[in-house]
Design a protein around this ligand. Sequence first.
Ligand SMILES: O=C(CO)COP(=O)(O)O
Ligand SMILES: O=C[C@H](O)COP(=O)(O)O
Ligand SMILES: [Zn+2]
Ligand SMILES: [Zn+2]
Length: 286
Amino acid sequence: MPLVPVSVLLKDAAAEGYAVGAFNCNNMEIVQAIVTAAEAEKAPVILQASQGAIKYAGVDYIAAMVRAAARRARVPVALHLDHGTSFDQVVCCLVAGFTSVMIDGSHLTLEQNIALTRQVVSVARPVGASVEAELGRIGGVEDDIAVDEREAFFTDPGEARYFVEQTGVDSLAVAIGTAHGRYKGRPQLDFARLARIREQVSVPLVLHGASGVPDDDLKEAIRLGVRKINIDTNIRESFVEAIRRRLAEDPREIDPRKILGPARDAAVETIREKMRVFGCSGKAKW
Ligand SMILES: O=C(CO)COP(=O)(O)O
Ligand SMILES: O=C[C@H](O)COP(=O)(O)O
Ligand SMILES: [Zn+2]
Ligand SMILES: [Zn+2]
């Protein structure tokens, strides 16, 4: 099946009250793990490429791997640019076949963020791709930018409404207390703020930095309008822990397939568990 736009998946998610998982991929094994998990769960799925993934593998390899996985899949698969940094990068991804892009102008002033996001919408919409933007700043180590706790600030509900009206974005990433990477303690999510954002904004909301957020908090966020949930760190953890276990069992193993195969299997299990929490299992329209 060809890749589908994210907006189509999020529309169904909004109608039925669940969230679609957006999983970061860097290499073939993780691409395969995400699509295998989606098929096992009969779930729609989003694969996304971060700045780090693009530097590591390149846009063309990522697009080719995801297309190959989607072609054989019996579930809808979308390919999304995660934390896009510039208009040029967006164009490059659209040309490579991405069906959705995020433009992350969260470090800009509100008016600059609006201008950049509008420019991206104007080029993505005619080719049927969807656009995610970010308002407020999500803490943690985000790509090359380290946003420390003091600098990170939450999304303002009134500003969110103005931003969505001005830009025409398809979805909005909100800063409500999640952070990228591993949490030191239990994350404190500002659900009251999320509810206020939901009252102001009708487009699907996106939760970044969801690895390590307790399942109950994820479910509450979904109840309050989150329709796309990003997971990267939890996949890295299970993938690399499986590699460590395998090498500890047999330090002389030199066949990469015997090391990366079990890592791929471990990632499948992690992704399936998340899909069940998100409520997207069994929701693939085929
Ligand atoms: O938000 C993310 C990618 O944009 C992923 O965050 P985590 O690595 O915390 O899961
Ligand atoms: O955006 C969040 C990603 O988890 C960062 O990943 P990266 O190290 O691949 O750029
Ligand atoms: Zn950001
Ligand atoms: Zn993110």
